[in-house]
Every structure is written in C-alpha cells, then in structure tokens.
Design a protein around this ligand. Structure first.
Ligand SMILES: C[S@@+](CC[C@H](N)C(=O)[O-])C[C@H]1O[C@@H](n2cnc3c(N)ncnc32)[C@H](O)[C@@H]1O
Length: 538
C-alpha cells in the first residue's frame, strides 16, 4: 500500500496539480490540504423514531454537528478519520448504518440535495443514483410522501442501490434501470418537480478519499465525459415540469465537466435559467463558477477548436458565475461542483393531438404490482385494517406511497408525443424495486412483518402488536427465549410471527411465537436497540 509521502511524489508532478492552478486562485493551499485523510461524516435518518437517541449517542462519543447542514435530520463529524472507528463505537456505528438509522456520507456530497431541497409530495428523479447516499437523503427530505425515482444505468450497481434503499427503509423510492439520457417521461404528469443529476465524472475533487486520482487524472478524461454529462442534463430538463428545478453536480474540479456543461445547456435551450446560490446552502464555503477556461490535451497544450468547451458569449460567461464550486479544502472536505437550473414556463403545442398509436407492452413477471384484492384481504385478516398502498413482487410485499399508484396507473407519452403507452403498468419504465419491503407471502398468506417493516408496524399491522413488560422485552433483546405466559392473558395462545413493544420500548420488535417467544431480528438491529438504550445484561 502506498504511504502518504508516495502519494505526495505522484501528486507533485501530476497533471491535476497543473490543471488546478488555472481553476482556483489558491491552488497551493488546496494542494497542501489534498492529502489529509477525510474525517468520518454521517447523516442521521430523521424518519426513524429513535433518531433522538442516535443523536444523543453521537454526542456522547464526541461527534460534532455540522453547523451548515440544513434539512430534516442532522449531519455530524466524528472525532476520527474515515474508517477509523474502533471497538464498541465501531460496532455500534456499523449497526446503525446497516439498519438505516444513519448513513455514512462524505460532507460535500450532502450539499447537492440541500440545494435541490426536495419536498414532501413532490415527484423527484435522482438520475444517476447508485450507490444511493443522495437517494436516501432525498427520501429524508420528502418525509415519506411523494415519489422518488432513483435511476441507475448499470444493472449491477442497481442491485447495490436497491440494497442501500432497503437498508434505509423509506417508502418513497422506486428504482429504475435506464441510461439517464433515455429515461421515459413520468406517466400522466406534467413532469418532475425536481431532478438531481449527480453525473459520472473524473472525480478530480476526491484526492483525499481516492489518492489514485493523482496518477490517473488526465484532461482527456473530462473531455471524454463532457457529451454524456451534457446529454444527462439535457434529458433532465426535458423531463422537468415548467417551474421545476434540476441540480447538476460532480465531484470534479475540471471546468470541462462543469461550467462547460452548463454553458452548453444555456446556449442550446431557451427554456432554462441558472439560479444563483440558494439560502439552503448558507454557511458552505463556496467559490463562484469560472467564466472562462482553456481546455488542454494530455500534454497540457491548449486545445483550440473545441467551441463547446468554452463559454460562447459574454452573456453566458457572466451567468456562469452563478455556478457553485464548493471549496472543500476550506471545510475539511473534498471538492464539489453544482449548478441549480430552473425550467422556464414556455408555450408548447398540445402534443396529445398528434398521437397516432397506443402501445400495451407487458411488465415483466418480476415487476411489482399493486396488491390484488385477494392478497389485500389476506393481509388485513392477518394484520388488521390497512389503508396504505401495498405492492407485491414475487413473494415480497412492500409499502409505497399514493403518488406511486398515480405513476403506475396513468399512461405515458412516448416517441416525442407521437404515441402513448397505456397505464396500469410500469412500462416504458424499467422498474426493479418499489417502496420498502415489509412482509412475505408464504402458502398464499402474508407470513409476518419483517424487521425492515417493524418501524412502520403501527401503520400496517396494528392488530399484531402486543405489549409486554419492560424486563421481558429486554430479555428478548439479549437473545433469551421467553415462556408464553409473559403475554397478556388474552394473548397466551397466539402463535407465529408477531411484534412486541413495552412501556420503555414503543418501537415494535418482531418475534416468533412457538413453544417459546424469540426475537426475529438481525444482530445489527439487536446491537442498536441494546447500544442506544445503554442496556446491560443483568
Ligand atoms: C457519481 S456516481 C453517483 C453517486 C450517487 N449519486 C450517490 O450519491 O451515491 C454516478 C453514477 O452514475 C451512473 N451512470 C453512469 N452513466 C450513466 C448514465 N448514462 N445514466 C445513468 N446513470 C449513469 C454510474 O454507474 C454511477 O453509479
């Protein structure tokens, strides 16, 4: 493994170092701070009922809240380097992450979602979403209402995204698998309210996390990505409703991947305007966008004849100062770029008149469908009345939002307004995951509420929660099997998958009741429940 001094030698002669001299007035200060290890930074999930206990624990181990973080929930700097937790703190930190109570995320990476400021009830697209740290942050901002499409081009990275969304346990997210440049329109809607394009980039701002960048970065990297980055942003604007907003972001410092992309969208489209820095990121150390730059080849010779890589007019050049370069080195963090764009209201033709074709493509058998009447009756018979939108995929049952049902049921305009795809299907969207999984069908009936759905049990399975004594509850947490006589008198003969709570533990815990009662939770959940309450085995 390379030492810090080895990286320093690669960095001294790197193309990146030479590039940054042209991109920031204090390139030397940035360079000197580009080797320090990043601190561990995290976000606490406000959608979980025990988030206050998580925050209290963080304080107790010396974490400091990040004063500039705006949004529901909170973000924290741990008193150690990234990956440097030890002992009991490490154990609980991992379990809190694995159970979705917190998300480890680099500090600067939290800023684009703060700037986008997604709201409850909106339709939001996260166009390049995997591994999903910003997706989960958007879901926190939306507070369980609306619909969030988290899209990813790579099928393999979609799996990682799904795992992270399920870990986070929020219900607003749908995962789609498309090249972002060709995502279909949102069904039956005027368009998205808000879109994040966290574009694939050279990562030239990530030297503190990934020192390989010193060796790997070349100007041709950004030049090679520029047209894909523009294509993603351009499609995002197509998909926005008038008045909607898009945040374009990268973790690169190279203007070819940043201001040049924004310059091109301002030049090509009349329906966009660049918004200046918003109040939502007050307190973040920023530099204005660059108004001019000179792209170079890999020998750092100026490249003439690449007009798209320069701001084309004085007017656009002036506008580019509204772009936001995050000065990571002044915030003990990495570097980031973002721009906030609004779609203007412009008169459009009524495309519906031209429609000449109606298509009925089938969803795959693996796609989620709203729970059918028979399954819903079976669900309510097991768990009690439930008016929440539920979905079934194979054997799995998930909870979603009302807005998801709208997206599924309405028709979608395709082929530039020349055709429509009928509703009551996901097509033309290729959807691989919906909502938060809460239960599973076994032998034609829902078997039990699983750990991932237990925090929602009061909304979906009220009849299945039984209150027991505090000390019995705590024995379950420590892995003891209880006799069934600890149940209330009218419940001593119940069997199967249930949930228990107690006076001091209102958050329901899944249990299995057979001859005895045992907790049905993962080691991570158990660690969190015990650790956050400071319980000790007596
Ligand atoms: C910078 S990463 C996104 C990080 C993510 N937003 C987060 O905060 O966790 C860019 C992602 O875009 C994906 N990607 C690359 N090209 C894409 C395309 N044409 N359409 C959609 N996603 C794409 C990459 O596979 C990668 O997962």
């Amino acid at each position: 493994m390379k030492s810090d001094s080895d990286w320093r030698i690669s960095a001294d002669n790197s193309l990146l170092r030479r590039g940054t001299v042209a991109w920031m007035h204090d390139a030397e200060t940035w360079f000197e701070r580009s080797f320090e290890r990043l601190p561990e930074t995290i976000r606490v999930n406000p959608l979980r009922k025990d988030s206050d206990s998580v925050e209290a624990w963080l304080r107790s181990v010396g974490a400091e809240p990040m004063s500039w973080y705006r949004g529901p929930g909170s973000s924290w700097v741990m008193p150690f380097e990234r990956g440097g937790a030890e002992g009991e703190v490490r154990k609980l930190l991992i379990s809190l992450h694995e159970t979705g109570r917190l998300t480890r995320q680099e500090a600067v990476s939290m800023i684009p979602v703060m700037a986008l400021n997604p709201k409850a009830g909106e339709a939001v697209l996260d166009m390049c979403a995997s591994p999903g740290s910003k997706t989960s942050q958007i879901a926190e901002f939306m507070g369980g209402m609306g619909v969030l499409i988290a899209n990813e081009r790579s099928r393999k990275r979609c799996n990682l995204l799904v795992a992270n969304i399920q870990r986070h346990r929020s219900r607003v997210t749908i995962v789609s698998n498309h090249d972002g440049r060709h995502i279909p329109y949102l069904s039956g809607e005027e368009g998205y309210d808000a879109i994040l394009v966290d574009a694939p980039c050279t990562g030239s701002g990530t030297t503190r996390k990934n020192p390989e960048v010193w060796r790997q970065w070349k100007p041709s990297g950004g030049l090679g990505l520029h047209s894909m980055q523009f294509g993603l942003l351009n499609r995002a604007v197509d998909l926005l409703k008038p008045g909607g907003r898009v945040v374009y972001s990268t973790c690169s410092l190279d203007p070819v991947e940043n201001e040049a992309v924004i310059s091109q969208i301002l030049q090509k489209r009349e329906d966009v305007r660049l918004i200046g820095c918003s109040d939502n990121i007050d307190g973040v150390s920023i530099q204005e966008g660059l108004q001019s730059w000179v792209p170079t080849d890999d020998d750092m010779r100026p490249l003439e004849g690449s007009p798209w890589a320069h701001p084309p007019s004085e007017e656009i050049s002036g506008e580019l100062s509204k772009c936001i370069r995050v000065r990571g080195h002044m915030m003990d963090a990495g570097g980031f770029f973002l721009a906030i764009i609004e779609k203007k209201h412009v008169q459009t033709e009524d495309v519906l008149e031209d429609i000449s074709e109606v298509r009925f493509p089938e969803d795959s058998v693996q796609a989620s469908q709203p729970l059918c009447e028979i399954d819903r009756l079976a669900f309510e018979k097991e768990f009690g009345g439930c008016d929440k939108p539920l979905w079934r995929r194979g054997k799995r049952i998930a909870i979603g939002t009302e807005r998801m049902l709208d997206v599924w049921s309405k028709r979608t305009i395709v082929s530039n307004g020349k055709a429509i795809v009928e509703g009551h299907r996901w097509r033309p969207m290729n959807i691989v995951h919906v909502g938060c999984e809460i239960s599973e069908m076994r032998s034609g009936r829902p078997s039990r509420i699983i750990e991932d759905g237990a925090h929602l049990a009061r909304e979906i399975a009220l009849d299945r929660i039984v209150k027991i004594g505090d000390s019995d509850f705590e024995k379950l947490l420590f892995g003891e099997a209880l006799e069934t006589d600890c149940m209330p008198p009218d419940k001593t003969d119940i069997r199967g998958g249930w949930l228990v709570s107690s006076e001091s533990n209102p958050e329901p815990l899944p249990v299995w009741i057979g001859g005895k009662i045992t907790a049905m939770v993962s080691k991570h959940e158990q660690t969190c429940r015990v650790g956050l309450r400071g319980l000790e085995k007596v």
